[in-house]
Design a protein around this ligand. Structure first.
Ligand code: NAD
Length: 334
C-alpha cells in the first residue's frame, strides 16, 4: 500500500527543490503518494493566512511531511510559518546532522556531528513587545518539562545510533536561570544514560562556536537550546559544504516534518541554480524514518556518485550543473 506523505513545496526555490525530490524518489520506486498542500507567501493572498488549517490537518493525518523552505518577512508582516508549524504540531526537537560528503574540496573531510536543537521554547516563544516607543523586550522561556523531553529524545536517538559523546551547549554563566535550568535538566537526564556514552559534557556557546571551527572532530552530538542550535547548525553546515547540503528534521512524539536547514533563497528562485541536496538528504532521512532503509542507502550512493565530478555538482559546490542537471545525474546513477 502506498505511503501518503504531506508535501509543502514552499516559497522561493522550494518548488524546484521538492520537484527534485519527487523525481529521485519516483526513480527509486518507493511507493509514496504525495499529498501536496501550499503554505507560506504563495497562499497568503488567497487564503488570508500563510498557514491554512488544511495544511495542519494534512500533516496530522499523514504523520509525516516533507517541507520546502518558507519565507518570513523581516521586521514586519506575519510571524514565521516555520515556527508556527513546529509549535502547532509540538515538533519539539529539530535534528540537524552535519556529515562530510565525498568529493568536495573542503578544509575538513570527515565531519560527523548531529546537532539537536530544542524547537519550541527559548527566544522563539514569540513573547515580544514594545516598551514605550524606543525600547523592545523579548522573553526567553525555558521550562523543565520542555527541556527534559527534548534531552531524553536526544539521548535515546544518540544511543540508538551508537554515538559516543554528548555535549550540552549553553550560556549558563550569564543566563543563570534560563540556561542554568537547561543545563541542570540535561545533566539530570544524562544520569540515566551515563553507561551508554563515553563522555557527556558541556560547553559555553561562544567557546563552542570557536571550537567547532578549530577542532570539530572533538564533537559528536550537540544538544542546544533553540537559538544557539539555530546559529550553530548553520556553522556546522558551513563545515560540510554550506547550507545547500544541510538536511533537517522536526520531530515530535507522533509527527515528523523533514526540511532543509536553509531558507527560500528568493534570489535563486526559478533559476535552476539552487542545490537540491539539503532537501534530498532530508527526504533520505524521511525514507529511513518510514522504514525504507535500503532505498535510502541507494539514494545516498547515487548522490555521492553525482558529487564526484564538478560537471555534475551545483555551483555552490564548485560545479557547473543546475538543479535539474544534478537531479538527472542522481536519477541516472540510480
Ligand atoms: P537562505 O538560507 O535562504 O540563504 C542564505 C544563503 O545560503 C543564500 O544566499 C545562498 O548563498 C545559500 N543557500 C541557501 N540555500 C541554498 C541552496 N539550496 N543552494 C545553494 N545555496 C544556498 O537564508 P536567508 O536569505 O536568510 O533567508 C531567506 C528566507 O528564508 C527568509 O524569509 C527566511 O526567513 C526564510 N528561512 C526559512 C527557513 C525555513 O523554511 N525553514 C529557514 C531559514 C530561513
Amino acid at each position: 500500500m502506498a505511503q501518503t506523505v504531506t508535501l509543502i513545496p514552499g516559497d522561493g526555490t522550494g518548488p524546484e527543490l521538492t520537484d527534485s525530490v519527487k523525481e529521485v524518489i519516483g526513480a527509486l520506486g518507493v511507493d509514496i503518494e504525495w499529498e501536496i498542500v501550499e503554505a507560506g507567501e504563495s497562499v497568503m493572498e488567497k487564503e488570508g493566512t500563510p498557514l491554512p488549517d488544511y495544511v495542519l490537518e494534512s500533516i496530522r493525518r499523514n504523520k509525516v511531511a516533507l517541507k520546502g523552505p518558507l519565507t518570513t518577512p523581516v521586521g514586519t508582516g506575519f510571524r514565521s510559518v516555520n515556527v508556527a508549524l513546529r509549535k502547532e504540531l509540538d515538533l519539539y526537537a529539530n535534528i540537524r546532522p552535519a556529515l562530510s560528503l565525498p568529493g568536495l574540496d573542503l578544509p575538513y573531510k570527515d565531519i560527523d556531528i548531529v546537532l539537536y536543537r530544542e524547537n519550541t521554547e527559548d527566544l522563539y516563544a514569540g513573547v515580544e513587545h514594545w516598551v514605550g516607543k524606543h525600547a523592545a523586550e523579548s522573553i526567553k522561556i525555558i521550562t523543565e518539562e520542555g527541556t527534559e523531553r527534548f534531552c531524553r529524545l536526544a539521548f535515546e536517538r544518540s544511543r540508538e545510533q551508537g554515538r559516543r559523546h554528548v555535549t550540552v551547549v549553553h550560556k549558563a554563566n550569564i543566563m543563570k536561570y534560563t540556561d542554568g535550568l537547561f543545563r541542570d535538566v540535561f545533566f539530570r537526564v544524562a544520569k540515566e544514560y551515563e553507561d551508554d556514552f563515553e563522555e557527556i559534557d558541556d560547553r559555553i556557546v561562544d567557546n563552542m562556536a570557536m571550537q567547532l571551527v578549530t577542532k570539530p572532530h572533538l564533537y559528536d552530538v550537540l544538544v542546544c537550546p533553540n537559538l544557539y542550535g539555530d546559529i550553530l547548525s548553520d556553522l556546522c553546515a558551513g563545515l560540510t559544504g554550506g547550507l545547500g547540503v544541510a538536511p533537517g528534521a522536526n520531530i515530535g512524539d507522533e509527527i515528523a516534518v523533514f526540511e532543509p536547514v536553509h531558507g527560500s533563497t528568493p534570489k535563486y528562485a526559478g533559476q535552476n541554480r539552487a542545490n537540491p541536496l539539503a532537501t534530498l538528504l532530508s527526504a533520505k532521512n524521511m525514507l529511513i524514518h518510514l522504514g525504507y532503509e535500503e532505498d535510502a542507502e541507494r539514494m545516498q550512493r547515487a548522490i555521492e556518485a553525482a558529487l564526484k565530478s564538478p560537471e555534475t555538482r551545483t555551483k555552490d559546490l564548485g560545479g557547473t550543473a543546475g538543479t535539474r542537471e544534478f537531479t538527472k545525474t542522481i536519477v541516472a546513477n540510480l
